[in-house]
Ligand binder design. Sequence first.
Ligand code: ADP
Length: 160
Amino acid sequence: MKIAIYPGSFDPVTNGHFDIIKRAAKLFDKLVVVVMVNKSKQASFSIDERVEMLRRVTEGIPKVEVDSYTGLLAEYARERHACTVVKGLRAVSDYEYEFQMALANRRLNPNLETIFLPARGEYQFLSSSAVKEIARYGGEISYMVPKIIEKDIAERLKIK
Ligand code: ADP
């Protein structure tokens, strides 16, 4: 069984992430979307909120599971018997960091391969940070996040 992991902060999940999830799910027997706890990043949503949003968004997609993890991705992959890490690549600016992470992960777990899926054109400039910035000031985010969680994100982030 080919298991892949799609890690990220997902703070919150965007249409860019969702597109990668749908595309990656078709390539493997199972795709585990994992909210990685990054203590150096100040998050807006709690781990539980992020997991819950991802679960709602991916409910109808077969083969997708949502989880969270504190620790090294290479270690998590070993625990889950995953062979591949999936990453989405937006602009060239993502590339250097992601390439470095891929090399580090392979060193930590030689059986782990990283594959990159290119972001769809319309999501090239979409990030969780942009969603948060716009939502805070009550701007339109409907084209940025899955419909099912749009209202919750808007209400949760809007400065009152
Ligand atoms: P962000 O950079 O938005 O905070 P994450 O850390 O949650 O995102 O990203 C998790 C993964 O999703 C990374 O591989 C990242 O490159 C990818 N990703 C983020 N936004 C997009 C997008 N708009 N299109 C495709 N992939 C994306």
